[in-house]
Design a protein around this ligand. Structure first.
Ligand code: ADP
Length: 412
């Protein structure tokens, strides 16, 4: 029997005279080009925020640059149609994408990063854009269909704030495998907004890689220490409460303000400052997606026949800190040959200079570090001092220790 359901949605339904079984449904050429493009992109990362001004574009740009500097082929798509700031943040304002018959080339930033933004297509950068939802959706679709992205390891998408038309279109077009990162700030209003963003992502069915708390504390120009202005840690608490990962805490950093004003991404010039390390921690997390790190799970530890294994966990309050570089203290747990914790104590007063904590932990006879958010330099420092590092998920140190003893943590 002929399958009439094939005709539903076809403009010629009932009048073309063809047998539905023999008919090839018309292919939407834009859809076909978009799917062709998306099939060549390994990882899609959508950066979202509950509200504007929290540093979402700054984060998106630095993640894309961090991945490109790590040797990945990266696309950065700015779909913030009302405030496209990506060209300015990369000193690409005024660049014209090269147009061809069927589409256009992204604008290059360095060897590995191609950028597309409505900002390149508006003749007057101050021009207000007043478009309704379907038009914006159509534009996003065209950015995915008609830009020659080529083979990419990562496409990073900078979305407008909120949970409206554009983020919804982006997630719909990219499909359920697109991962999301949500940027928030410590203030309560932003935290409420981010709660909505988390539930939006979950409703859309996309993986949430985690939350980033931006503008969290302030890097003092004089001593280089991070001072908390607002009660910091709301993002981390919210992540724990909502069962999401906490990806890092980026302090307010005068260097980031300067980099935005002058149009260079922070990660191009700084890899050691507090903000740069936090951003690199998230870049690492994205790089892990490409390494298929979930397979790289460590076996349960070999426990010593004599004495104890000394395990350190970086803490902020009672929860695991997003990175040893920003923790307030380490919890030292001593485990004996029967995998029992036979002693715990805090380790404090470690040197605050970036990277010094690894050597200090080794001097305290620590054997294992359960942590995340390590920059490459930290990892090298740990390896150099014989410290084994495993990736600990956000949450309580007990859960991380338990997972480690069962052999369920990934090698960092
Ligand atoms: P959004 O995309 O969320 O609207 P932006 O990335 O445009 O936010 O950032 C808003 C402003 O805050 C910009 O001037 C940016 O340079 C600044 N900014 C963002 N994050 C930080 C930070 N951690 N330290 C200092 N300034 C920051």
């Amino acid at each position: 029997m002929a399958d009439d359901s094939k005709c539903s949605g076809c403009a010629s339904s009932g009048s073309c005279g063809q047998d539905p079984g023999a008919c090839t449904p018309p292919v939407d050429p834009v859809e076909a080009r978009m799917q062709g493009n998306l099939a060549k992109i390994r990882h899609k990362i959508v950066v979202l925020s509950g509200k504007g001004g929290v540093g979402k574009s700054t984060v998106a740009v630095n993640l894309a640059v961090g991945l490109a500097l790590a040797g990945k082929r990266v696309g950065l798509l700015d779909v913030d149609v009302h405030g496209p700031s990506v060209p300015r943040l990369l000193s690409l304002t005024g660049q014209d994408p090269h147009m061809e018959r069927d589409g256009m080339e992204p604008v290059s930033w360095g060897k590995n990063l191609g950028v597309m933004s409505l900002g390149f297509l508006l003749k007057d950068p101050d021009q207000a854009v007043i478009w309704r939802g379907p038009v914006k959706g159509g534009l996003i679709r065209q950015f995915l269909a008609d830009v020659y992205w080529g083979e990419l390891d990562y496409l990073v998408v900078d979305c407008p704030p909120g949970t409206g038309d554009e983020p919804m279109s982006v997630l719909q077009f990219l499909g359920p495998t697109a991962s999301t990162v949500i940027v928030t700030t410590p203030q309560a209003v932003a935290v409420d907004d981010v709660r909505r963003s988390v539930s939006f992502v979950r409703l859309m069915g996309n993986p949430l890689l985690g939350l980033i708390e931006n503008m969290s504390g302030f890097v003092c120009r004089h001593c280089g220490q991070v001072e908390d202005i607002f009660a910091a840690g709301g993002g981390e608490k919210l992540a724990t409460e909502m069962g999401a990962d906490f990806l890092g805490r980026i302090p307010l950093d005068p260097e980031l303000v300067r980099s935005a004003d002058e149009g260079y991404p922070l990660l191009k010039v700084d890899k050691e400052g507090h903000a740069a390390r936090a951003l690199l921690g998230v870049v690492d997390r994205l790089l892990a997606l490409d390494k298929g790190r979930p397979e790289a799970v460590a076996a349960p530890p070999e426990l010593p026949a004599e004495g104890v294994l000394r395990i350190a966990l970086p803490l902020n309050g009672t929860m695991l800190s997003e990175s040893p570089a920003t923790c307030k203290r380490f919890l030292l747990v001593e485990v004996d040959k029967t995998a029992q914790a036979v002693g715990t104590k805090p380790l404090e007063d470690f040197p605050a200079e970036p990277g010094q904590w690894a050597a200090w932990l080794a001097d305290q006879d620590v054997n294992v570090l359960l942590a995340r958010g390590l920059a490459e330099a930290d990892r090298a420092a740990c390896a150099g001092r014989g410290l084994t590092v495993l990736q600990a998920p956000a949450g309580s140190p007990d859960a991380a220790l338990d997972a480690y003893l069962k052999g369920a943590l990934a090698v960092s």
